[in-house]
Every structure is written in structure tokens, then in C-alpha cells.
Design a protein around this ligand. Structure first.
Ligand SMILES: [Zn+2]
Length: 606
């Protein structure tokens, strides 16, 4: 269904640009008696007899909530509705006021903890709004909108939306519901602002003179945790991030939306973030989700404000591939780690050197980084099917963080420690209002910070696929790596080579294989990514959970007969489950490291 949706989207006509002059009002109602979803009403004032409403696709996590739109109706006499695309409804109605109504019927909860950015409703609150709730009017994306929320009376609200009424946006209290009114300067702002609602715990602090709000939605069964530590560490993170950007920030106020019952992971927005923060984990360690928090918070600058050239602000179609995600994700990883250390928050198990050792160990273990450029890996990081790199897999986060680290060392070395990647980030942010990000823009920013030619570096490692000679850059700060290779071990036991997994393509029956390294026993047995799995040892396997259970049941030395189907016909492989080798990298100080190099290493927190 995913590829079908894409085809539909590609073949859809371009946006009509009628002279739509509309004032747009939204109303979202949550009824405590029916938490299976919510109702949205849209009131438009149009000068055209044809208008189109669309559900936006998120550039990274497109949850395709157009699948859950029910009872779409236009309550205007003489109006007709046609669904012209999976995500687009066309309304023909006399110009003037058009009232639209639909319901979002939330899909059943998936097993296990939720993803923090997906909407949900419970008797004590939930997450509403965003691309999962609001359609936008094509051709009128720039117009300001007003949003009314009708919620159970005991609930509160936290979102990045601006209050439209005095006293916190709260409207008149009715019998069992409260009305709240918010405003957004345009449709993209509305859709980029998820709304956390319910019985919330809230704290506020000022940093750089700007209000920041930490909001926590607890499960009714929440484990108590040290909220003072939790909030104060968040504040220290904010302080360091603002310091990195010289106090300049892309928001007037900021809201952290933490959710109990969701796994640790988040999604960034322009002036808010949704983050999974299980109370039972916070009870063990109030910093349990600080690394995720740091990552998403840095994205406020590096992705939301310093925006890749390919990103559309608002589109119902799948976003095009982005070639600079190695920077948007990788440098965000780089700063998430660095800023926490600057804030005095040492990840419990790791020095920065140990952190880099782990990154480098993963990097040298994976042949993909010597085969695919940073830009090629970026382009398949989101909205691409598994197996997009054939029998290889790669992380744009990892590749980008190492490239960023090596560029940082280069800048520090060339400027005797006077400049660093911090200056590149500040420069890119200062230019963000007028300049979108791509490889050349990053290259020019680096060059203007330290007056040197980095085109060869970008040619070879960003646009080209040559692996980085890490020792060359580490030597600049008096360090080097030593790699040893030995049998891979997990929990003290020899690790089975399970470098294969499966995925179930939308709209297709069955499961396809993904080989993550061609040198794995699976790759060497002749299997390839995208092979359609038929059976293992004569037993049909039709889903990823079935395949996973079969893989987990394997022992070293087992032989597995794997039957697959390919466009060229059936194929059968005999795979002997074996262990495999894995490199471990240690970073050491060069015996001849100079005092100047040691100083540079210290400044980079190595
Ligand atoms: Zn990210």
C-alpha cells in the first residue's frame, strides 16, 4: 500500500492555485464518553467554488492518518465531495462559508509501549493535533488559522501553539467540557504543533530570558521520580544549547512534552518536542531520557531551522529524499553528546573517548561506509523501503557524527583551537532564514570559519564513498586507534550471525528478507535483500514476528533451509548458523603527542 500511495501521490495533479481567500477556523472535540477518536470541524470562507483539503505527510515519520478519516462531510447545501487522492478531498460548493466535518478514528494500540509522536486518548489525557488531526487547505497554506479545542473539563493543554485568548487560551467552561482557543500563523505551524492534553504536571524556567516549559503526562499508575532533578537537568541542557548558538534561538517559547507509557524516543518541532519518558525508568535515573531530549532539542536548530533544501514546509505527498541528513542527524548526534558533557551530565557508562571508540567500532565493522557516500545513505534514511542499499545497511546518524567529529578536529587544528564546529553551527543558523541546507552550503560554512579548502574532504567522504582515514584526523589531537578483531560476543556467549531481518511491505502478503551485510552467513549463502521468504526448514513463514521467532530459536551449528521467491524464480539456500568476527577499536594517545595537541584534545573533551 505504501508504494501504491506513492504512485497515487505522484500521479496526482499539482496543487490547484485558485484565488482561495479563506479565513480558516478549526474546532477539535474530544468527548470523554467516546475516546476512540476525535471530531474535527473546519470552517472556511472561500472565493472559489472548488477547494481541496489534504492530510500532510510528515517528512520523517509519515503515519498516513488519511487512512483513519471517517465520515467526511460538508455541511453546506449544494456541496459535493470527491476524494481525488488518498490524502486529498476536493469540495465543490458555492463560494462563501463552507463547513467541513470529519472524525479521526484512532487505530488500535500496537502491542508494547507507544511511539511518543503518535496520537492516543485515555481517560486521563492523550496526544492530539498535528498531521494526525488537521487537514490543510491547498493554496491557502500561508493563512493564519484559529483552533478551538473542546476537552474534558479536568484536562490541561501543552503545545507550541500560541494562545489566542488572554489568560492562557482558556475559554468559557461548559457543563463537562472546556473550550480553549489557539492561533497559528499558518497551516504548517498548526500541523507542526502536537497538543499534549490531560492531567499534566508542568514546570517553567527562563533561559536567555525566554520561557521554557517542561510538561509531563503521567500514567495513572506512574512511578514517582525525582522531578526536581529531571527539570533541572533539562534546564542545564537548554542553557548549554543556547550557549552553543550564542543565545540565538528560533522560538519565542519552548515546550517539552514528555509522555509516560511511551518508549524513549521523540520527534522534534519548531518550538516543542514530544518525548517518551517512562516514569519507571525515570525513577531509576532522572536522566534516563536526557540523551534523546538533547538530540531532539538540538534539532530545533539543526533541522527545523537550518532546513534541508529538499524539505517542503507542508505537503501531502511523500517528501523527496534529502541528501544532507548526514549533517542534520549526524551533527545533532554529535552535539547531543557534547552538550550534555558541557552541561556536566556525563552519560553513566561513558567518557567521550569511549563514546567515540564505540562509534568507530561500528563504523569499521560495517562495509557499507566504504561503499555508500554520506549523501547516498542520507537519501534512504527516511521514506525508503528496507533494503534500499541492497545487502548493506548504514546509519546516516553514525556516518554523519563521525564526519562531524573529524571536521571539528580539522577546524580546531587549523585554527590553533580558536574555532570549532560550534562556529559552523552558529553561521548556518544565522543564515538559516535565507539559506536552505545542502552539501555545498555546509562546505562553504566550514570554509568561511577556518579559511581552508575542504572541497577534497567533501568530494571524498560526503559526495564520494571513501571511508574516512580516522587516524589521520585523530593524530591532529595526538590520538590514534588500535583495532583488534575477535569473535562477536553477546552477554558473554558467542554471538550467532543473525545479520538478517524481515519486513512486511504495505499492501503485500508475506515477508521480505533484508540482508544487512553481504559477508554474513545469510549473504554468503546466496540470499539477498528483498527476497520474498516462502519457508524455513519446510515450514511457511509469512510475517516478521514469525521470522524473528525462528531466528531467535536458532543455535550455533544449525543448518537452515531458506526458500525464497524472486522475480527470476524460486531459490533455496542452506545456511549454517555460525559466529562471526567483530572489530573492537580503542583510542590511545600517540607517544609523541605535543602539548598543543593535548590542549586541543582537552578542548574537544577527549
Ligand atoms: Zn534526529
Amino acid at each position: 500500500m505504501k508504494s501504491l500511495a506513492l504512485l497515487l501521490a505522484l500521479s496526482a495533479p499539482a496543487h490547484p492555485h485558485p484565488a482561495v481567500k479563506a479565513s480558516i477556523q478549526y474546532r477539535l472535540c474530544v468527548d470523554r464518553a467516546d475516546l476512540s477518536g476525535w471530531t474535527v470541524e473546519i470552517r472556511l470562507r472561500t472565493t472559489s467554488d472548488t477547494v481541496r483539503l489534504a492530510m500532510a505527510a510528515h517528512p520523517e515519520y509519515d503515519d498516513r492518518y488519511w487512512r483513519y478519516v471517517r465520515d467526511f462531510a460538508v455541511e453546506t447545501s449544494g456541496a459535493s465531495v470527491t476524494r481525488v487522492d488518498s490524502a486529498v478531498w476536493q469540495i465543490v460548493a458555492p463560494p462563501g462559508v463552507v463547513n467541513v466535518r470529519y472524525r479521526i478514528a484512532l487505530p488500535p494500540a500496537e502491542p508494547g509501549p507507544r511511539a511518543s509522536w503518535r496520537p492516543f486518548l485515555t481517560p486521563t489525557g492523550g496526544l492530539i493535533g498535528g498531521p494526525h488531526a488537521f487537514m490543510y487547505l491547498l493554496g491557502a497554506e500561508h493563512l493564519p488559522v484559529i483552533v478551538e479545542l473542546s476537552l474534558p473539563s479536568s484536562w490541561e493543554i501543552a503545545s507550541g501553539l500560541r494562545d489566542a485568548l488572554p489568560r492562557g487560551g482558556q475559554g468559557t467552561r461548559r457543563a463537562n467540557a472546556r473550550w480553549w482557543v489557539y492561533a497559528a500563523t499558518d497551516a504548517a505551524t498548526l500541523i507542526d504543533s502536537p497538543i499534549l492534553v490531560g492531567r499534566l504536571r508542568q514546570w517553567r524556567f527562563l533561559e536567555g530570558g525566554v520561557p521554557h516549559r517542561v510538561v509531563y503526562w503521567p500514567l495513572p499508575t506512574a512511578t514517582p521520580f525525582d522531578t526536581i532533578a529531571f527539570v533541572s537537568w533539562s534546564q542545564r541542557l537548554v542553557h548549554q544549547t543556547l550557549a552553543l548558538f550564542g543565545g540565538r534561538r528560533p522560538y519565542r517559547e519552548y515546550t517539552f512534552q514528555f509522555e509516560d507509557g511511551a518508549y524513549s524516543g521523540g520527534l522534534e518541532h519548531r518550538n516543542s518536542v514530544t518525548l517518551g519518558a517512562p516514569s519507571e525508568e525515570l525513577a531509576k535515573n532522572p536522566n534516563a531520557v536526557i540523551q534523546e531530549t538533547a538530540h531532539e532539542f538540538v534539532h530545533t536548530w539543526n533541522l527545523m531551522a537550518i532546513r534541508p533544501v529538499e524539505y517542503h514546509d507542508l505537503d501531502y505527498r511523500t517528501q523527496p529524499p534529502v541528501s544532507s541528513l548526514w549533517f542534520s542527524e549526524g551533527l545533532t548526534m554529535f552535539y547531543a553528546d557534547l552538550l550534555l558533557r558541557r552541561a556536566g551530565i556525563q552519560p553513566s557508562d561513558s567518557t567521550r573517548t569511549a563514546h567515540l571508540e564505540r562509534l568507530i567500532s561500528r563504523y569499521v565493522a560495517n562495509p557499507a561506509y566504504g561503499r555508500f557516500s554520506a549523501e547516498a545513505v542520507s537519501r534512504v534514511a527516511y521514506n525508503a523501503d528496507p533494503g534500499a542499499l541492497g545487502d548493506y545497511s548504514a546509519s546516516t546518524h553514525l556516518q554523519g557524527e563521525l564526519i562531524g567529529t573529524m571536521l571539528d578536529l580539522t577546524i580546531r587544528n587549523s585554527t590553533d583551537g580558536r574555532r570549532s564546529m560550534d562556529d559552523v553551527m552558529r553561521l548556518l543558523f544565522d543564515r538559516a532564514a535565507t539559506q536552505r541546507l545542502d552539501g555545498r552550503v555546509i562546505e562553504q560554512a566550514v570554509e568561511s570559519v577556518y579559511d581552508c579548502d575542504v572541497t577534497p574532504f567533501f568530494d571524498v567522504h560526503v559526495r564520494g564513498a571513501a571511508p574516512i582515514d580516522l587516524n589521520r584526523y585523530l593524530a591532529l589531537i595526538g590520538l590514534t586507534t588500535r583495532a583488534t578483531t575477535g569473535p562477536a560476543v553477546f552477554n558473554g556467549e558467542p554471538e550467532r550471525d543473525l545479520r538478517v531481518w524481515g519486513w512486511e511491505p504495505q499492501g503485500e502478503r508475506g515477508v521480505r528478507l533484508v540482508i544487512s551485510d553481504p559477508s554474513s552467513v545469510w549473504g554468503r549463502a546466496g540470499l539477498h535483500s528483498r527476497d520474498q521468504l516462502v519457508a524455513m526448514n519446510g515450514v511457511a513463514v509469512a510475517t516478521w514476528p514469525e521470522l524473528r521467532a525462528k531466528l531467535q530459536g536458532l543455535h550455533l551449528g544449525d543448518t537452515v533451509r531458506v526458500e525464497v521467491q524472486r522475480p527470476s524464480g524460486p531459490f533455496e539456500a542452506a545456511v549454517i548458523v555460525a559466529g562471526f568476527e567483530r572489530p573492537t577499536v580503542r583510542i590511545e594517545r600517540l607517544p609523541n603527542a605535543t602539548v598543543a595537541q593535548r590542549r586541543l584534545a582537552e578542548a574537544a573533551i577527549f
